[in-house]
Design a binder for this molecule. Structure first.
Ligand code: SF4
Length: 315
């Protein structure tokens, strides 16, 4: 029997975007207002699809240098349209290459240009900002402190614009001891996805030591907004579903935050991973999505849960 034939349309549950649940004991599915892709990711995905279509119509190869976004579903969709993801620049053999949202090292882009490969730059404008600041600090003789993860491609990209070895990448104020004596001019930039408390601790420690300090808060608030919203909803919900790539650091951070307030937190990449048993006896269902997951897909998960709960009610 179909869902429609068992339930009146007026009884159908619907997911809504909000941070609230009503006080009554009705079943509700609430999705955080900003849950899902940020503007940088939306832009990168759009550029990826445009490049794929152009590549198809002109029969030229289209590559993505690294995953455009950390979302396997999106990558798969682009691959189905002919976009080949490669990790080595040497594997781009002509045609068009798309640069991922969190940037690449400057010399890689130069190499593509020198080889006559068409570059579609999907680097988020907010990632370009620390790159430009690093270049300017390098030209002005500053020692650079990057608050972030040295292994993250975004940080590697930023350092490539700095142009000298006078830098330190760290999360920890105690690492500042590694900055050689005699350094007075220090510039600070942050990896866009770092927590502001981490940045503030480094700034505080630097203020005590360096006379010429140039601080640039290059954190993108897309991540913090999503984290704050997830925290609010997790405190009100009986269960939380986080939608995002299992390899996405911002998504995993959301899961960690939600679990602190709601142990019934589940991470899914695909709508098919939802399990009816998770929702048994639950009334207030929260849904959120990482900054690399299209918002439409987060909404789809909300709708699917609403359908499952409607069916449960009618049984
Ligand atoms: S998280 Fe921020 S910096 Fe990263 S792609 Fe999204 S908008 Fe850009």
């Amino acid at each position: 029997m179909s869902l429609d034939s068992k339930v009146n349309s007026t009884d159908k549950l619907q997911a809504k975007r909000s941070l609230e649940f009503t006080e009554d004991d009705s079943i509700e599915i609430t999705i955080t207002p900003n849950g899902g892709a940020c503007f940088g990711v939306v832009r990168a995905i759009k550029l990826g699809h445009q490049a794929a279509s152009k590549g198809k119509s002109s029969s030229t190869a289209v590559y993505s240098f690294g995953a455009i976004v950390h979302n396997p579903k999106t990558i798969r969709e682009l691959e189905e349209k002919g976009v080949k993801t490669v990790e080595e620049s040497a594997h781009v053999e002509g045609g068009t290459v798309i640069l991922r949202s969190h940037g690449v090292r400057q010399e890689i882009e130069k190499d593509f240009n020198n080889r006559g490969i068409k570059v579609v730059d999907a680097t988020c404008p907010l990632v370009k900002k620390p790159q430009k600041i690093a270049a300017s600090l390098g030209a002005r003789g500053y020692f650079l402190v990057v608050v972030g993860d040295a292994n993250h491609p975004e940080v590697k990209g930023v350092l490539s614009y700095f142009g000298s070895d006078n830098y330190l990448v760290t999360y920890k104020p105690e690492d500042l001891e590694k900055i050689p004596c005699g350094v007075e001019k220090v510039g600070i930039v942050a990896q866009t996805t770092i927590e502001v408390t981490v940045l503030n601790k480094i700034i505080e420690a630097c203020q005590k030591r360096f006379s010429d300090l140039a601080v640039y808060n290059t954190i993108c608030d897309a991540t913090s907004i999503r984290q704050e919203e997830a925290e609010v909803l997790a405190q009100k919900a009986d269960i939380l579903v986080v939608v995002g790539g299992k390899n996405s650091s911002n998504t995993n951070k959301l899961v960690k935050i939600c679990k602190q307030f709601q142990p019934n937190t589940y991470l899914i990449e695909e709508v098919e991973e939802l399990e009816q048993s998770w929702f048994q006896g639950k009334k207030k269902i929260g849904v959120t999505g990482g900054a690399s997951t299209p918002q439409d897909y987060v909404d789809l998960v909300g709708e699917r849960i609403a359908e499952m709960m409607t069916l449960t009610m009618s049984n």
